[in-house]
Design a binder for this molecule. Structure first.
Ligand SMILES: [Ca+2]
Ligand SMILES: [Ca+2]
Length: 238
């Protein structure tokens, strides 16, 4: 009962303020939930080739590929051979004062491993001197193959820092794994500052908005389509 009272109060207080300002309830909600967001990753979908990205491949491979993109015509293809050490990176300035900073990336694997995390791909943040700041997420050869999944990681703890976003894939000496990557995004959002905003944000879910995502989550996209998955292509040297 107490919770209901709190929810009712939370609903009424912005309404009273909005009414005093001549706004309707609906416009109050839209205004209060509005944010200013900007994309920080350059060419996250790889449609402009290597623009914005640095790539290093121990085998000398071009990591930007048109073989198996998630969207558009281009994506990134790491691993795919034994003893791979493939790195994609991009310097990103994470703005101070951002209300939210979120990394999103779509990924998929295909593997000849029959089980076990022998090959892997890790998302990390490096400092400007290339030392490790934080490991964010690791995908390995034990993941379900031939699906596209979205990785979502909260980068809010790193606001105000200049970082290098690095994706590193390594495979061991047998049974190679392909790691595919596309639509890499870091979104910085700054909530509009309004006098009644904290009241509404505190009751976001109660007001019918979508819940905030957890700090890190993975969502599946599509389903296995045996027989439709393309055959492994010959890697192209740079
Ligand atoms: Ca793409
Ligand atoms: Ca392997």
């Amino acid at each position: 009962m107490q919770l209901t009272s709190i929810r009712l109060a939370a609903l009424l207080i912005p309404l009273v303020i909005a009414t005093a300002g001549g706004l309707s309830t609906n416009s109050t909600r839209r205004t209060a939930l509005a944010t200013n967001c900007s994309e920080l990753v350059v060419n996250g979908g790889f449609e402009s080739g290597s623009q914005g990205w640095s790539q290093v491949s121990a085998g000398g491979y071009n990591l930007i590929s048109n073989f198996n993109p998630f969207t558009g015509s281009w994506g990134a293809y790491l691993g795919g051979v034994d003893d791979a050490d493939d790195r994609l990176s991009q310097t990103v300035a994470l703005p101070a004062g951002a209300a939210s900073l979120t990394l999103r990336a779509w990924w998929s694997i295909a593997t000849t491993e029959t089980g076990g995390a022998f090959d892997w791909m890790t998302f990390s943040l490096l400092r400007p001197d290339s030392t490790l700041l934080a490991e964010l997420l690791t995908i390995d050869s034990d993941a379900e193959p031939n699906l596209w999944d979205e990785a979502v990681v909260d980068l809010t703890p790193f606001t105000g820092q200049d970082v290098i976003l690095q994706v590193l894939a390594r495979t061991d000496g047998s049974n190679p794994t392909d790691f595919y990557l596309d639509d890499v995004s870091i979104t910085a959002c700054t909530s509009e500052r309004r006098g009644y905003l904290p009241l509404v944000v505190a009751t976001h879910s109660d007001l019918g908005g979508l819940p905030r995502p957890p700090r890190s989550e993975v969502s599946h996209y599509g389903a296995n389509q045996p027989g439709l998955w393309p055959q492994r292509p010959a890697r192209r040297s740079t």
